[in-house]
Design a protein around this ligand. Structure first.
Ligand SMILES: *Cc1c(COP(=O)(O)O)cnc(C)c1O
Length: 450
């Protein structure tokens, strides 16, 4: 019996992983989540320290793909997708920096996008179907998705990005691919791009175009993001020893990976969800009142400028509550237990900048703004609950070279650009240009699928 996924809104029938992945969102607008979690035994986890990353990925993901993806095929997907290093650098004593920035587009979004593209490609091939993946991006999602789905048969990718809000290197990582990837520069803000994508999904005139999404509401993004928490623990903690994770958070897909790992049996002492000025979650944790931030606030850690984290519905469900897609809570989660297991704090831009500087001066390790938010979040937690001898892992989600101006302003020099990024930066760009006008975008989609 394959594992089933139910909707957080509770109005759609449970489905298997294949259906949940292809649909993205449940028909009742809720998010798919496992009905129950497969668990690792102590002895299974005790083997992980001897296994390479791709093998840990295989053991974790196969618990969800049982009966859907043959083991040999999944093993091959893991080997092909996870062929880059996952460095754990010592900060001090038993506190480590995990760099999730060595994938093809130098952000942690590669971990999920690479696996999702392989699963999508397989399912579409079997069904003889085609889909168009429509994505709005503030920078990292678009490039990770475009690279992962590039040249996958049966898939077209359309990425919308705000022309003035993405950095040059972020843009070039998307616009130099061509083939089945089309990028559209929009004269507007990220919010405009996202609104246009949402309207396209709901537009009856576009029903003949099979649209799908690869953003963090898709369960296919969450499961691969649990693997690096198992990996980190296997490298820095003793078997059975609880670990602390600090995760820079926007839509809370990354930190939910840590929650999934814990639900599957990984011993976790605390999960720190560090946010920028968009502080709806730390306020909720403190007061029990949830008020989303609208419009979202602009911060240096721009991939986390999210006023209402879509994955909160899943987090609330883990603690017995129910939240709909608009952020309305119809059943309160157990806040007392949530506070024991999760800490959350808001980090200002000023502390983000000084965090990069102090971290460099003290440890000679380079952070970019998102990683600095995680570091500050860890400090805030450690100031009120002594770390003792617990192992701790701070998650760095992007390569400092993706934010050269911000980093140079603080440390005085520009970070080295990784080889995979350099290659993209040298290729010719090709992208379309549209006003932030839904009618124009709709015509564009219709013409592209004529
Ligand atoms: C997307 C992103 C985040 C936020 O991740 P969520 O899963 O949305 O919380 C953090 N850092 C970087 C660099 C990102 O691209």
């Amino acid at each position: 019996m394959p594992l089933l996924f139910h909707s957080t809104n509770g109005q759609s029938p449970p489905v298997n992983l294949r259906a949940a992945l292809l649909a993205g969102q449940a028909p009742d607008r809720g998010l798919y989540f496992p009905q129950s979690f497969p668990r690792f035994s102590f002895n299974e986890l005790a083997q992980f320290p001897c296994l390479p990353y791709h093998e840990i990925a295989f053991r974790v993901l196969s618990k969800f793909t049982d009966g859907i993806v043959p083991p040999a095929e999944l093993a091959k997907f893991c080997q092909d997708a996870y062929n880059f290093p996952v460095p754990l650098e010592v900060i001090n004593f038993r506190t480590f920096l995990m760099r999730l920035d060595q994938g093809p587009t130098a952000s942690f979004k590669d971990f999920a996008a690479q696996m999702m593209a392989r699963l999508f490609g397989k399912f579409l091939r079997e069904d003889g179907r085609q889909v168009t993946i429509l994505t709005a991006t503030s920078g990292d999602t678009g490039s990770a998705v475009a690279h992962a789905f590039h040249k996958i048969p049966g898939v077209r990718v359309v990425v919308l990005f705000p022309i003035a809000e993405v950095s040059e290197s972020q843009r070039k990582l998307m616009t130099t691919l061509k083939d089945n990837v089309r990028t559209v520069a929009v004269d507007g803000k990220f919010d405009d791009c996202q609104a246009m994508v949402k309207r396209a999904f709901a537009d009856a005139d576009l029903k003949h175009i099979p649209l799908s999404s690869a953003n963090s509401i898709n369960i296919g993004r969450l499961l691969p993001q649990s693997v690096y928490y198992f990996y980190a623990a296997s490298r820095v903690a003793q078997a059975g020893e609880p670990i602390v994770f600090s995760v820079p958070s926007g839509n809370f897909g990354d930190m939910m990976g840590a929650v999934v790992a814990r639900e599957m049996g990984l011993p976790v002492r605390k999960i720190i969800a560090a946010v920028n000025d968009n502080d709806a979650f730390p306020r909720f944790l403190a007061t029990g009142n949830y008020e989303k931030i609208s419009p979202s606030r602009n911060s240096l850690s721009n991939a986390m400028n999210v006023g209402h984290a879509s994955n909160l519905a899943r987090l609330v469900a883990v603690y017995g509550g129910q939240m709909d897609e608009t952020g309305r809570i119809s059943r309160a989660p157990d806040l007392a237990v949530m506070r024991q297991e999760i800490f959350s704090t808001s980090v200002s831009d000023e502390r983000t900048v000084t965090g990069i500087r102090e971290f460099w001066n003290q440890y000679q390790l380079l952070l970019e703004p998102h990683g600095s938010v995680a570091w500050r979040g860890f400090q805030d937690w450690a100031a009120q609950e002594p770390l003792g001898s617990s192992p701790a892992v701070i998650v760095e989600t992007a390569n400092p070279a993706k934010f050269p101006e911000e980093v140079e302003k603080v440390v005085g020099w520009a970070p080295d650009v990784p080889a995979n990024m350099l290659a993209s930066l040298r290729l010719p760009e090709d992208y379309d240009h549209l006003a932030a006008d839904y009618a124009k975008f709709k015509n564009y989609l219709l013409a592209a699928h004529a």
